[in-house]
Design a protein around this ligand. Structure first.
Ligand code: FAQ
Length: 316
């Protein structure tokens, strides 16, 4: 007679057979907590990620660029909201997640703690930051948790548009005046290494990767995705007539990949632990927006309560 499978074995069997886990299915508590951690960090990243770009909406160089930037930033708000909704299906409330962000307890992507100093930084964010985000997020469309995987399909479609508009705006600068070309190269120099770091710690220093791969939350390791990103950008940068700020970047015939230089992990962990160039500014902006929006939440709640009362009275 076949032995009865434990809940854990049934769960892993579904994962091994590419069957999605849905909110009402049994799941190990650690799987639930890993997803809450990753999805909420991702949602916070989208929301905080609006700030460096929002900085340039009033200063975009043309109406066309302003309209594109506005739409992009609004997409990011939408991505944050989908992702908060996906995390809510795991039993955490939105208020708890906001609390974790505003208290500084929750992480969000290191990349958004760097400043956008010139207009070219906005193009570089599109090309490099959205490019890195897509590289990491396309495999997440096939992750094992249904609501997260479905949200990622929509997010990735929009992000690939974001990446292309970023590259296109840099291409325009690359054909511009010497000052514009200089501005472009300087933006690439600023955003390259933070984008390479954005994939997270190297595989031997990534505490969550092995288990997340087993659960098919992650499909590729941090280093595998980082390498793919470097390989693509090393070619794309040539079209811009620019260079990546890495003297060790070199095509390796034997591996079929680009070799690249040492990552400054000290800088990465400093930024992750709150000491990057803009961490304080970003969290202050987020907390202020939350506090200043209190009257809107109060008014909406008062309106809903009044409506409920009116409906109860007319039904009586
Ligand atoms: N920044 O063991 P691992 C975007 C933390 S959205 C800060 O490798 P895991 C859209 C990690 O949380 C960008 N912290 O962890 C946009 C963990 O800390 P914990 C966000 C980081 O989870 C574009 C610890 O290090 N995308 O860009 C970072 O298996 C343009 C150990 O690391 C996502 O969130 C980092 N870069 O792998 C918006 C995608 N990396 O929790 C505006 C979903 C690692 O133990 C403009 N997330 N840490 O305290 C993921 O794929 C994964 O969570 C990883 C990290 C790959 C980020």
């Amino acid at each position: 007679m076949a032995a009865t499978l434990t809940l854990e074995e049934v769960f892993q069997d579904k994962i091994d057979n590419e069957i999605r886990i849905e909110p009402k299915d049994w799941m190990p508590e650690a799987y639930r907590q890993t997803l809450i951690r990753q999805i909420s960090q991702h949602a916070h990243s989208e929301i905080i990620g609006m700030l460096p770009e929002g900085n340039w909406i009033t200063r975009a160089p043309s109406l066309k660029r302003k309209a594109i930037l506005l739409a992009k930033v609004q997409d990011e708000a939408g991505h944050g909201l989908y992702l908060y909704a996906a995390a809510e299906t795991l039993g955490i409330s939105r208020d708890e997640m906001y609390d974790q962000l505003h208290s500084g307890k929750a992480k969000y992507s290191s990349i958004f703690n760097y400043p956008t100093l010139t207009w070219a930084d906005i193009g570089a964010v599109g090309w490099l930051v959205d490019g890195a985000a897509i590289m990491n997020q396309v495999p997440l469309c096939r992750n094992s948790y249904g609501p997260y995987a479905r949200a990622m399909v929509r997010v990735c479609k929009e992000e690939s548009f974001h990446q292309r508009q970023g590259f296109e705006s840099l291409l325009v600068l690359s054909k511009g005046s010497p000052a514009q070309k200089r501005m472009l190269q300087e933006a690439i120099n600023r955003w390259w290494w933070p984008s390479v770091m954005m994939f997270g710690p190297s595989d031997d220093a990534s505490p969550h990767s092995a288990q997340s791969m087993k659960w098919k939350i992650k499909r590729f390791s941090n280093d595998e995705l980082r390498q793919k990103f470097v390989d693509i950008c090393a070619e794309q940068v040539k079209i811009l007539g620019c260079t990546l700020p890495d003297p060790d970047l070199k095509w390796n015939e034997a591996t079929g990949h680009y070799d690249f230089g040492e990552i400054n992990w000290k800088e990465f962990w400093e930024v992750v632990s709150g000491n990057g160039p803009c961490n304080k500014q970003r969290l202050d902006a987020r907390r202020n927006a939350w506090d200043e929006g209190q009257w809107v939440r109060d008014a909406a709640s008062a309106h809903a309560a009044k409506r409920k009362q009116r409906m109860a009275t007319s039904a009586a």
